[in-house]
Design a protein around this ligand. Structure first.
Ligand code: COA
Length: 260
């Protein structure tokens, strides 16, 4: 439990978190539960959800785990319906489900590019769209997990860069279109976050020291850094913040140096 925020800032809220079983969004799900929210977590594979569900429940929280591929609109709709039938409402949606791998553009297949865009960009739209009526009722909010890769250019990441640029466009568009319904739509763009599966696969341990020197604050991010940003943006403290993608990267992207 982090003690920066009051324990009950999300009390009475229901949060629906895609990719909520592991990594950064798993941390966000756990932090939301620790601060009073009831959780629904989804992932493509049910087995990715079991340990997070147990962790939240062992900690006294409530967690509903349901498998759904965000690319499959019917599966997403079903997960939303099941969540509402269990909890009666949805107040917060976190779009964290994402696909990633390193691949040079001239080696990447059309299907490889499209797969990541389908998961990250279309998946984000699918979940927002399927949750809209519930968010309208609750005057809820959306938090889209993005990246900083596309602010400049990141070799080997054309697919993710394009996908996350699309996610940022969704954040801005929906903040304008749905703000009038009382729905706030924001994003978080994490920089390099240690102890995540993505970082382990994308960045060899041997490069860690070299990369640390390229991060202005002199350290990698931690999952807790993203949890804190997510708690802030979804709390009433941020009630006038809408359409923003908050960069949480220790200033890394401003140096304009690719990692690696
Ligand atoms: N390099 C190049 N191309 C790759 C690839 C890699 N490492 N991984 C997948 N692809 C390509 C496949 O070759 C395929 O294209 P093809 O049909 O032209 O060969 C296409 O992407 C789809 O691959 P497939 O494995 O069928 O898709 P999938 O839907 O099962 O899963 C991912 C694709 C991206 C989700 C999968 O690689 C994955 O599970 N990644 C882990 C998720 C993750 O990293 N999350 C944290 C994000 S930071």
């Amino acid at each position: 439990m982090n003690n920066i925020f009051a324990d009950n800032i999300l009390e009475g809220k229901v949060a629906f978190v895609t990719g909520g079983g592991t990594g950064i969004t798993g941390g966000v799900a756990r932090a939301f539960a620790e601060h009073g929210a009831r959780l629904a977590i989804t992932s493509r594979k049910e087995e990715n959800l079991a340990s997070m569900k147990k962790m939240i429940e062992d900690n006294g929280g409530e967690c509903f785990a349901i498998a759904a591929d965000v690319r499959d609109y019917a599966a997403v709709e079903n997960a939303i319906t099941e969540t509402v039938s269990r909890y009666g409402q949805i107040d917060i949606v976190v779009n964290g489900a994402a696909g990633n791998f390193l691949c040079a553009a001239d080696q990447l297949s059309a299907n490889g590019f499209g797969t990541v865009v389908d998961i990250d960009t279309k998946g984000t739209f699918n979940v927002c769209r399927a949750a809209f009526e519930e968010l309208k009722k609750s005057k809820g909010q959306i938090l889209n997990i993005s990246a900083t890769l596309h602010y400049l250019a990141t070799p080997m990441q054309i697919h993710v860069s394009a996908a996350k640029a699309g996610v940022d466009a969704i954040t801005r568009n929906l903040s304008v279109e749905w703000g009038r319904h009382g729905i706030r739509v924001n994003g978080i763009a994490p920089g390099p976050i240690e102890d995540t599966e993505g970082m382990k696969r994308l960045l060899p341990e041997a490069l860690k020291e070299k990369i640390t020197k390229k991060i202005p604050v002199g350290r990698f991010g931690r999952i807790a850094d993203i949890e804190n940003a997510a708690l802030f943006l979804t709390s009433d403290a941020a009630s006038y913040i809408n359409g923003v993608t908050l960069v949480v990267d220790g200033g890394q992207w401003l140096l304009g140096t690719s990692l690696g």
